[in-house]
Design a protein around this ligand. Sequence first.
Ligand code: B12
Ligand code: SF4
Length: 519
Amino acid sequence: MRILLYNPDNGVTRNFMPHLWMFLLQALTPEGHEVVLIDGNAQPMDEAGIARFVREQNIGLVGIGAMTRMIAKAYRMADAIRAVGVPVVMGGPHVTEEADEALGRNGGPRHADAVALGEADETWPKIVEDAARGQLKDVYSPVDDFGQERKPSLKEYPAIPWDKINLDQFNLVPKMVKRTLQRISDGWGTFRIIPMESGRGCPYGCEFCTVTGFFGDSIRFRTNESVVNELLLLKARAKSEGGQIAVFFIDDNFAINIKRTKSLLRDIIAAGAQVHWVAQISANLLRDEELVDLIAASGGKWVFIGMESIDPTNLADVNKGFNKPGEYAAVLQRLAQRNVYAITSFIFGMDNDTVGVAERTLKEIRTWPAGLPIFGLLTPLPATPLYKRLEAAGRLTRPKHWQEFIPFEMAHTPLKMTIAEAHAEVKAGWATAYSPEAMAQAVDSLKDKPLGYRINIFIARMCFRGIYFPQMGPLSWLKLIYQNRRTISSLVKEGFSTWRGRPTNPVANGNLQTGVGAA
Ligand code: B12
Ligand code: SF4
């Protein structure tokens, strides 16, 4: 049987990285079946397009995975596939919480023939075999022989064949410049950001987050050896293609067990398996100097920190009181001293937020080392404690907000400002933090570092800006380049003079450390 695994886009923003679940389920598919992957972010498709694809490619089963914000598109695509007679199984965090919606048991239309609840590592092979026999069940739950929920161990993690998988759709280097860039330095003909997990689960239970409910509060880890082997495979592939690779460790809190993270990072270094990497780590765990040393030495370039707010009351409200705004600056300095920078994520529209929250937050940000701030709105995702609290308080304005995805639009009323004011705060956050002046300041703040760091922060900022501002077509890119022409021209001039005066051994000229991780 030919199986299509499909991840929808949200139609508005573009993900820079493919989804791990697709590669994982592909690796876990029983022998005798062929798996095709399509990520809507890399290969946009509409309903007619996917229906045609499954017919022409003789697909016998389609698996769709989606977050809440992509679910409306996922359902439309599933409907189109089912209309041409091909069964659809859906999985992921949204349908796990809203299985009745996907199966049409709540009075709405049915979108999926089957739903895989929770982690599907152990149920997927069974789903495939049932589908091949034409005997799909409605619901597949990860349970043990006694009917108790079972979280898969990651000790026997499947080897994802990174050396063989067709990754053409995930190359971030435009085709027209591929040949030229292949010849630069170690080669830039391909650049891919690859998701990898080293563990699952988070015990912190922040109120707005799905993770503790979905993956559980007991953390499970892969062996160091299996992570190291995966990195080596990816590194070898990039080298053989004259390209670059960066890894996003998608663990929700990569350093949740500091002792184990240190041991993994030491093993990566010992095996020479360093690639540029990004990971999510909460600020409280970055107090450890040795950990930060190891992050830098093992290839860590960017750390995503869920700061959420600079207001301790807000943090306590959402059960994230372990974040201490008073130590944010020190944490970021500690990273920057090792040339590791941070993606700092903030949520506006929290219960203690008032008008002016964006400017107050930006004022703090300006005192920190350059980084990539991102701003979102508090969103009640299904089945989270936040959703339940707001529902009980009658504060949900769009209780089924996912049925119509509108980016940066609240689904409940904040307590101390209006919905419109919260929207304006997010807009102000993005517009100010990514203005041409702010871009120039970020680049300038790294003037004591090799040029590669300045280029890196500039490119990363240009790309990150696209999370909020539509930046899809060539025209919007041209406009952006024009707005930032001064910074670009000073970087180009500097690059040219560095190149002209380069020493015979390029490694001695810190410019090879371009610190990729454009994540
Ligand atoms: C990496 C990541 C991202 C990446 C993008 C995703 C990517 N390309 O990988 C980035 C950083 C860009 C991102 C952004 C966002 N993310 Co995010 N992200 C994650 C993260 C940390 C890891 C995802 C992952 O790979 N997990 C590991 C794999 C193995 O797990 P999995 O995907 O759940 O798959 C398993 C099962 O669900 C199931 N399964 C999944 N799909 C399918 C399909 C089929 C057919 C079957 C059978 C089974 C199945 O089987 C898999 C194996 O067990 C998760 C948290 C988490 N730990 O999962 C949040 C998470 C998915 N993100 C979340 C959110 C909210 C967001 C944002 C909206 C945040 C924001 N406010 O901007 C944005 C939206 C981006 C967009 N495009 O619109 C939520 C989604 C909750 C929900 N109900 O939808 C999560 C769960 C985190 C949270 N805080 O609750 N994210
Ligand atoms: S620390 Fe991060 S992953 Fe863990 S519950 Fe909080 S937001 Fe979710």
